[in-house]
Design a protein around this ligand. Structure first.
Ligand code: CRA
Length: 804
C-alpha cells in the first residue's frame, strides 16, 4: 500500500474518531487511528473469506476456550498483512516511530499461561492455513493481574486492558443472547411429547465482541468472539423509586460480575460458583450462536457433525456436552439417541494436565442449584454411562465409580468429556501416553480409538520472525524465504552446521538481542548485566512442579562455591526469572521471595557479582517474553518428569537458538528426539524412574544427609544469611507437613542438575561448540510450528480443510 494512501486513511480516521487533524493527534490517538485502519482492512478480507467458505459450505472449527492469551495485535497484524514497512514509512512522515506505537499497546492478557497462549497460537495458525474458525471465550474486563514485587512479596494489581485494548473489539449488541441460571425445571406432556421449561430463573445477557485474527500472507481472517455479561434489565425501577438504590442496581452488578475478571490460577482449580457461571455463560451463548449460524445455511441440525467441529480446550468448556444436548432435546425436539450421536460426533476434547488439583469437579448441590436443567441431563448421561460400564466391568464397583460423571456428590468434568467426545488428545507424546497408561486408562480400555496425540506447536512467525528480526533477516539470507511459509524449511540451516562465519553471525545476533534485554533490565530493575555472560532463562508460571526452586538452590550452591574459591574460573552467568504465582498459592509466593532474597545477596556481593547475577523480571506476559526469548542462551525446562504436559516456552526458546537444559518431560522428549544427545543438556530422573522411586518409598532426608553440597544450601534457607528465613520451603522439602515431603523430588534431582550446569559452563567456554548447538536447535524447531499441530487437528480430529 502506498504511503499516501495510508496517510489519507489515517487522516480520515482521526477526523472521524477524534475530530482532529492527523498532525495534531496525540500518540494515543495516532495509535488508535492506525489500529482502526488495520481493523478495516481485516474486515474487508474477512468478508471475502466468509463468502468463499459459505459458498463452499465448508466445515468450520469452533475453538472453545476460557483463555486466549492474545498479547498485542498491531505488530502481528501489520506483519501478517505485509504492511509493516509501508506503515513505518508513512508514520515517519509524521515523525512517529512505529515501535513507539507498538509500546503503547497493552497486552490482551485473557489467559494465565501455556493453555491460553496455545489457543491464540492456534487461532493464528488456522488463519494462516485458511481454515474457517471461530474462537469463543469471555471478554474479561480485567485480564491476568499485573505483578509487582515489593520487599520480595508478589503483589497483584488489576489489569484494566480495555482502556486501550478495546480498539480491536467490535461489539454486536444486536446479537446478544440470553443465558439462564438457577430456577426450577417444569416437565409436562403435550401431544404425546415431553415438554421442558425452566422457570423462575435469572436471565443474563451475553453480548458478543468480535476480535479479528489475521494469518500470515493469507486471504483468511478468522474471529475470536468474546462474550460480555450484562443484566437484561438495566435497573429495578420499583426499587429505585422506593429509594432503594443499592437493590436497584444489585441484579445488574451480579450479572456483570460474571465476565469481570479472569481466574488467575494455572493448572489448578477452585470450585467457585462464579467460575461455573463464567463457564456456562460462554458455553451456552457460543452454542446458541453456533446452532443459529448452522441453521442459517442448512435446514436441520442433523448435519451439524459434518459442518462443525467444536473443540473443548481442557475441561473448562466441558458444559458443551450437556448444553448441546439440551439444545437438541429441548429446543429442537430430538430424541436422546440421535441427540447424543450428534454431540459425540461434533465434540472433541484436549487434556492439558495430569495435575490432580487441576481436574475440575463441582459440588453436586451447587451444580444442581445453578444449572438445574443441565444437571438433569448430566445425571441422565451418568445413569446411561454406569449401565454401560456395568456390562464392560461387571461388579467392579471401584472402577465404575472412578469413571462415573457423578460420584461422591461431585460432578467430574473430565469424565463428562471422556464419556461423550469422539476424540481425546494429550499435548505431547509422553503426556498422551500417560493419559492412556494411567489417568484415563480405564476409558482408554473401552475406547482406544478415541485417544490420540497432538504435540503442541507455536505461532513461530510471532515468536521468531516478529520478535527476532535480526535472526530472521539472516535466516532469509542463508536459507531463503521458504521457512516463512513452512517452518520445516528451517532444516536447511543444517548445511551451515560448521560454517565459521554463520556461527559468528549467530553469536553476534544473540549478543545484540542480549544488549536489548540488558537495557530493559537496567530500566526495570536497575541492575547492570553483562551481555557476555550466559543468559540462563526460566520464564513460565510459578509452580512447584516446574521447580524454579531447583534453579535457585543451584544458584545458592554456586554462591557458596565462589565464596569458597573466589578465583574459580567459570564463565559469568546471568540467571533470569520471570513468573507469576497464582494469588492464593502460598508456596509459589515463597519461592518468589527466595529468588528475590538470593538476587539481593548475590548481586550485592563484590566477590560473586562479577560471575553471577540474578534477575527477577516483574509482570511476565507475552510482550515481555518477546524481549527475553531472543536473548536466551539456556532454556530451563526442569520440571519433575511426568508433570509438565508439554510446555511451549521450550519451543519458543529453541527456535530462537537457546539450548535446552531439561528433564525428559513433556515436549522436551521430542525436542531431544529432534536435536539428538549432543545438542541438549538432559539431567534428572525420567518419568518411569520417578514412578519407581515413589513406589520404592522416596525419602528426601537421605539425599540431604548424603550430599554435603545439598545440605549446605538447604541449611542456608533457615540460617538467616539470606536476610530472612525460608522455614516453610525447607520444611516442604524435608518433612510431611505440607503433603508429601519434597513432592516434586527436587532433592533427588539436585546433584544431577548441578553436574549438568557445570557441563553447560564448560561447553559455553567453547563458543564455536555452543553456537553449533544453538544452530541445530533453530534448524530442528520446525516440527514445533502451530501450523503442523493445527494440520494434525484438522486431519485427525476435526476433519476440516483449508479453503483454497
Ligand atoms: N499450564 C500445561 O501445564 C502445556 C499447556 C498447553 C498447561 C503445559 O505443559 O504446554 O497447558 N496445562 O497445552 C493447563 O493449563 C489446565 O492445564 C498449562 O498451560
Amino acid at each position: 500500500m502506498q504511503k499516501e494512501k495510508i496517510l489519507s486513511l489515517l487522516s480520515e480516521k482521526c477526523m472521524q474518531s477524534f475530530g482532529c487533524d492527523l498532525d495534531e493527534a496525540t500518540k494515543q490517538q495516532t495509535y488508535r487511528a492506525v489500529c482502526l485502519v488495520v481493523r478495516d482492512l481485516l474486515v474487508q478480507t474477512r468478508n471475502d473469506f466468509c463468502s468463499r467458505y459459505e459458498k463452499q459450505q465448508a466445515k468450520q472449527v469452533y475453538y472453545m476456550s476460557m483463555e486466549f492469551l492474545v498479547g498485542t495485535s498491531l505488530h502481528n497484524n501489520l506483519y501478517n498483512l505485509g504492511l509493516e514497512d509501508s506503515f513505518r514509512a508513512a508514520l515517519a512522515d509524521l515523525n512517529v516511530d512505529l515501535d513507539d506505537l507498538y509500546e503503547i499497546e497493552p497486552d490482551a492478557g485473557l489467559g494465565n499461561g501455556g493453555l491460553g497462549r496455545l489457543a491464540s497460537c492456534y487461532m493464528d495458525a488456522m488463519s494462516s492455513l485458511h481454515i474457517p474458525a471461530t474462537g469463543f471465550s469471555l471478554r474479561y474486563e480485567f485480564g491476568i493481574f499485573k505483578q509487582k514485587i515489593i520487599d520480595g512479596w508478589q503483589m497483584e494489581f488489576p489489569d484494566n486492558w480495555l482502556d486501550m485494548g478495546d480498539v480491536w473489539l467490535i461489539p454486536r449488541k444486536e446479537d446478544a443472547v440470553e443465558v439462564k441460571f438457577g430456577g426450577q425445571v417444569h416437565e409436562w406432556m403435550q401431544d404425546g411429547k415431553l415438554k421442558i421449561e425452566q422457570y423462575d430463573y435469572t436471565p443474563v445477557l451475553a453480548v458478543p465482541y468480535d476480535m479479528f485474527i489475521s494469518g500470515y500472507d493469507s486471504g483468511a481472517v478468522n474471529k475470536l468472539v468474546l462474550w460480555s455479561a450484562k443484566s437484561p434489565s438495566n435497573m429495578d425501577m420499583n426499587a429505585f423509586s422506593r429509594g432503594d438504590y443499592v437493590k436497584a442496581i444489585e441484579q445488574n452488578a451480579m450479572a456483570e460480575a460474571i465476565s469481570k475478571v479472569l481466574y488467575p490460577a494455572d493448572d489448578h482449580v477452585e470450585g467457585k460458583i462464579l467460575r461455573l457461571k463464567q463457564q456456562y455463560l460462554f458455553v451456552s451463548a457460543s452454542l446458541q450462536s453456533i446452532v443459529k449460524n448452522h441453521l442459517k445455511h442448512f435446514d436441520s441440525l442433523d448435519s451439524l457433525p459434518q459442518k462443525a467441529a467444536i473443540h473443548i480446550n481442557d475441561t473448562h468448556p466441558a458444559l458443551c456436552v450437556p448444553e448441546l444436548l439440551r439444545i437438541l432435546l429441548d429446543d429442537y425436539g430430538y430424541d436422546w439417541d440421535r441427540a447424543w450421536d450428534i454431540c459425540q460426533n461434533t465434540l472433541a476434547y484436549t487434556n492439558h494436565t495430569v495435575m490432580s488439583e487441576a481436574l475440575e469437579r463441582w459440588p453436586e448441590y451447587l451444580f444442581r442449584e445453578q444449572l438445574p436443567r443441565i444437571y438433569q441431563l448430566v445425571a441422565e448421561i451418568n445413569r446411561r454411562l454406569v449401565n454401560q460400564l456395568n456390562t464392560v466391568y461387571p461388579g467392579d464397583l471401584a472402577k465404575i465409580e472412578y469413571m462415573a460423571v457423578i460420584a461422591n456428590n461431585e460432578v467430574r468434568m473430565a469424565n463428562l468429556c471422556l464419556a461423550c467426545c469422539h476424540k481425546v488428545n494429550g499435548v505431547s507424546k509422553l503426556h498422551s501416553d500417560i493419559l492412556k497408561d494411567s489417568i484415563f486408562h480405564d476409558y482408554y480400555h473401552i475406547a482406544p480409538d478415541k485417544f490420540t496425540n497432538v504435540t503442541n506447536g507455536i505461532a513461530y512467525r510471532r515468536w521468531l520472525c516478529q520478535s527476532n528480526p535480526k535472526l530472521t533477516e539472516k535466516l532469509r539470507e542463508w536459507i531463503g524465504d521458504g521457512f516463512l511459509h513452512d517452518a520445516n524449511a528451517l532444516e536447511k540451516l543444517m548445511k551451515y552446521y560448521d560454517k565459521a562465519n554463520v556461527l559468528q553471525d549467530l553469536q553476534k545476533i544473540k549478543r545484540y538481542n542480549k544488549e536489548v534485554l540488558c537495557n530493559y533490565i537496567a530500566r526495570s530493575n536497575g541492575i547492570n548485566v553483562d551481555p557476555n555472560s550466559i543468559f540462563d532463562v526460566q520464564i513460565k508460571r510459578l509452580h512447584e512442579y516446574k521447580r524454579q526452586l531447583l534453579n535457585v538452590l543451584h544458584i545458592m550452591h554456586l554462591y557458596c562455591v565462589i565464596k569458597e574459591n573466589p578465583n574459580l574460573d567459570i564463565p559469568p552467568r546471568t540467571f533470569i526469572f520471570a513468573a507469576k504465582a497464582s494469588a492464593g498459592y502460598f508456596m509459589a509466593k515463597q519461592v518468589i521471595r527466595l529468588i528475590d532474597a538470593v538476587s539481593k545477596l548475590v548481586n550485592s556481593d563484590p566477590a560473586v557479582r562479577e560471575k553471577v547475577k540474578v534477575v527477577f523480571l516483574e509482570d511476565y506476559k507475552v510482550s515481555l517474553a518477546e524481549i527475553i526469548i531472543p536473548a536466551a542462551d539456556i532454556s530451563e525446562q526442569i520440571s519433575i518428569a511426568g508433570k509438565e504436559a508439554s510446555g511451549t516456552g521450550n519451543m519458543k526458546l529453541m527456535i530462537n537458538g537457546a539450548v535446552t537444559l531439561g528433564t525428559l518431560d513433556g515436549a522436551n522428549v521430542e525436542i531431544h528426539e529432534q536435536v539428538g544427545d549432543d545438542n541438549i543438556f538432559l539431567f534428572g530422573l525420567t518419568a518411569p524412574e520417578v514412578e519407581e522411586l515413589w513406589k520404592k518409598g522416596y525419602n528426601p532426608v537421605e539425599y540431604y544427609n548424603g550430599n554435603l553440597e545439598l545440605r549446605r544450601v538447604i541449611d542456608m534457607l533457615t540460617s538467616g544469611v539470606l536476610g530472612s528465613r525460608f522455614d516453610e520451603i525447607a520444611k516442604s522439602l524435608l518433612t510431611n507437613s505440607y503433603g508429601a515431603a519434597d513432592a516434586y523430588m527436587t532433592l533427588a534431582d539436585f546433584d544431577s542438575y548441578v553436574r549438568k550446569q557445570e557441563e553447560v559452563g564448560r561447553t559455553y567456554l567453547d563458543k564455536r561448540k555452543f553456537f553449533n548447538m544453538s544452530l541445530v536447535n533453530i534448524a530442528k524447531a520446525g516440527l514445533f510450528s502451530a501450523d503442523r499441530a493445527v494440520t494434525e487437528y484438522a486431519d485427525d480430529i476435526w476433519q476440516v480443510k483449508g479453503i483454497k
